[in-house]
Every structure is written in C-alpha cells, then in structure tokens.
Design a protein around this ligand. Sequence first.
Ligand code: PEP
Ligand code: MG
Length: 583
Amino acid sequence: MERTLTGISASPGIAIGSVRLLLWEVPDVPHAIIPDDAVDAEIARFHAARAEARQRLDQVRRRVEERAGATEAAIFEVQQMLLDDPTMLEEVESLIRHNVGAAQAFHQHMADWRQRYSRATDSYLRERVGDILDLEIRMLSVLLGLQDHDPLDIPSGQRVILVSHDLTPSLTVQLERSSITAIATDVGTRTSHVAILARSLGIPAVVGLRDATERLRGGELVILDGSAGTLNVNPTDEELALYRDRERLEAERAVDLAQLATADAVSTDGVEVVLLANVDVPEEAERAARSGARGVGLMRTEFLVLGRAQMPDEEEQYRAYRRVVEAFAGQPVMIRTFDIGGDKLPVGGFPQEANPFLGWRAIRMCLDQPELFKVQLRALIRAAVHGNVKILLPLIVSPSEVSDTVALLSESAAELEAIGVPHRDDVPLGVMVETPAAAVIADRLAPLVSFFSVGTNDLVQYTLAVDRGNVNLASRFTPMHPSVLRLIRRVVEVGISHGVEVAVCGEMASHPLTAYTLVGLGIRELSVAPRSVPVIKSLILGICVSRAEAAVRQALEVDTAAEAEEILRASLIAEVGDAGLLE
Ligand code: PEP
Ligand code: MG
C-alpha cells in the first residue's frame, strides 16, 4: 500500500495518532445456518444484543440530551421503541427457529421495514427510515462484534484520528468530540460541511481521500497533515521526527501569532483591513473572540439544526445567538438565517432532490415556511438587545427576497411587541452575494441593505458550474478564475458607489494568497475561521495594498485561473517571501 494517501486540505494543522475507523454503514452479513440444538442459544444471543443496543442508545440519548436538549434526544427513544416492536420480535425469533442466524434474521426484517417505510405516504413514517437504518447498523455491529461500526466505541479521553467515509450530521451529534484530534474522510471537499465544521472546531482535517476507509484497518499510526491534505500511514522514525519538529514550530508560530490579537490589521501603506471571525458553533464563540477578531462576519446558524430531527425552538435559538453576541461584547455579529439544503441537511424530513445545490435551500426554504422563519427572526431580534446583531440572508437572487424578509421581520417585531418581549426593530440587514445573479444585480440590492457579504464558496461553485462537494472536480474549483474576480470587483464597486459595506466570508478570505487577492480587489473586511485570524492579520501587516491592487488589475485581464494565480503569487512572494503563503 502507498504510505501516503493524498486528499484535500480541509483544516490546517498536524496530528499524529492512531487511526479509528468509523464505518457507519450496514455491514455485510454472512449467511449462517444454525443447527437445531443451537437455536435457543441464538435466540438468547439476539436478546442479549438487544439489551446491549438499548444500553448504547441510552448513552447516545444522554450525550445528545446534554448537548442539544431533551426534545432532540427523543429521536433515540424511537429507536428504543423499535427494538421492542412485537412483530419484529416475533418474526426474528421465528426466522431463527427456522435455523437462520440472528444477524441475518434481524437484517432481513429491518431491510423489509426500510423498504416499506420508505414507500409510506405518511411523511412521519418515511422520516423513520433513518432511525431504522441507525438501529440496524447498531444491532448488527453488536451481533457481529464490529467495533468500527459504532461511534460510541471511541472511548472518551482517548485521542484518535477519526477516519470515515463521510461525517454525516447524525454521526456528528453522537461523537465525543474531545476524543478526536483530527478527521479524515473519503468524500468531501474544502467547502463541504465536514470541512467547515472541522475548521470551526480548530481540528486538523483532510477530506476527499476517496478510499482511505478501504485501505486502512484501524489502529495504524498516522500523521495527518491538514495543510498538505495528506495522511502518512506507518511513518518512519525520520518522518515522525520531522513532523514532531514541524508540530513544535507550528505551536511556536501560533504563540507568536497570538500576540497579534490586540493589534489592528494595517498594511505597510496604512490601509486597515477589518478581520472578523466565522463562528459556526456557539460553543466556539468565546475562543473566537480571543483570536483577535473584531466581530463575527458569519455565524452559520444551520449548525444548530444539523443532525437533529426538529428545528430548535425560539428560546433555544435566542440563547445560542445571545451567547455569541455577548462573547463579542458590542462588536458586530452577523448572523445568517438558516442555510439549510445543499450539503447541510437536517436528519429526515427533507425532500430528496436531484440537484440540492440548485434546490429548495436557504432563503427559498425559509420564505416558503414563514412560520418557521419567523421563529428564527424573533430569536434574532431578541438577541439583538444584548449587542450589535446584523442579520445576513443567504442565497439571495432577487430584491423581492429581501423585501419579503423585511415584511416578516416587522411582523416578528409586532408579535414580540404584543406580548411585551424586549427586542430591537432596527437590526441592520445584509445579503450574501454568493450567486452570480446577486453580483450582477448588486446595484438593485444595494438600496435595500446595509451590507454585502460575498460567499465565495457558492459564488465560485455557481459561476464556474463546479459542484463544491465533488472531489473529482476539486482541481476545477478555482476561486482565482478571472470571472470570479470580476464579479467580486463589481460588488466592491457597487458597494463604494452606494455606501454599502462589502465583506467576504467565504473560504477565499481564510487563505493568504486568496486573501491578498481580495484585498487587491478592494475588500476591506474579511471574515475567516478563528484559527486563521492571526495568520491573515500577520499577512496584512506585511503587505502593501497598492501593490496588491496593481497585481489584481493585471489578473483581471488574463484568461485563466492559473495565470491569475501566478501573477498574485509572484506579487505576494515579492512582498513577503514564501513565508507569506503559510497558513
Ligand atoms: C459561501 O458560500 O461562501 C459561504 C460562506 O456560505 P456556506 O459555505 O455556508 O455556503
Ligand atoms: Mg454559501
């Protein structure tokens, strides 16, 4: 086997540790014929497995309850009820009596259930397919003794490098995060939600490894290099020594960079660039505030929903937003309304779509369900009482989406007013510019909003027609494509002429070369992963903005992303040397 597996860098940092494979999928179930005299023992084994699965579900329920509350944990009760279903018990026992092994008998029954439930006309029943699947995997992992099929088998206190095919929202809620030092997945790209989550949590990650779960067996010692996007399996002593050195240097650099926390990011020619943090998980707010960010440029609220069966209620949302707002005492906090859809799907209850990224997502879904949307709007204007909240709308393509939201905002304010709940009715509104449509009609959107935030992850995807989550297209996902640069430039120009602030909160802002490009395009506010705040700050302190602008003027005139990148790279290296490219 090749010793170095190469994927896509998703979250920087180095981790050295042992592999914990997590195969959350229905395993192959061998056909086992049970002799007559072993039938009773096999039935007993089946019930013992049920008892063990129940105990594990209890554990999951407690963990989820602590993190997300009792309502959310209730989904695991459904699985416990399924474990006691009398028809299931009768059928499985009867199959075992006909000499079918317990695993095979249970698997047959569950496959039948899955098929029937997925065809049900009642949406509640259809949504149970996920529960059935989870329960099937959990029971089979017990019956077949497959440790790598259960996230609960990762003991807390152990520091492992988690390798899985994908990290779905339903798995994410079950994981003991404190045991995971790094993440590696077969699928995904830099902008897929697992990558975003890893960056938010400050955990090194490599995605898009394609077949790491097939090549690894679990337990191997590996070096995960989140910046290079590699997984080095069974490293030699020299490699280990090299990486330990790098780890040490990175730690030293982090200490140096942390000293910049209080400094302003001002270029050598006196231009200030405001650095904000992307905060996706409320628990990260305090850490993000210490990074030296001057506020939050993007809070992705959908992470409150991922992995859950129900939307969080107004009170829970209010508390989550308030936590972030208070952590950033008085500094601006741009909270984005739910961007559910694309690759950020809640558990169950979401329609299957052929093209989710072009589908019923984000503002479309919210405006189509005003009651659900107003719960969030009310929570937001209530949290605004505690600080400087700005509301950010995702995936805007038309001015009417903004005016419809404004109408719902005033209804929400009136509802709170009527019951005497403190709130603000002057919360500034902004839009994500993340579709070519929004960039092209930025002049029509500008009069309706007080700020623009360019979402380069989607803007690149939609402009170049390259799926941001498709690992086979990763090399074609080129943020430096002149078409993208021109669209961003247009937004900056509209912002200047209409007095509307323009920030960038997509991935481009978090990496030195692309951040340099954005500054050259005229962007003066960058919102980046908390870990990147000091890195980008040190970049800004070392560059001359007028030189970046000159390089960008040339880049806007070339034909390809590669040429544009070359021009900007040369300019950046001429200013600060190769070190300027370090993340
Ligand atoms: C973007 O599209 O650039 C963005 C910041 O939003 P998300 O990555 O959540 O789609
Ligand atoms: Mg987006």
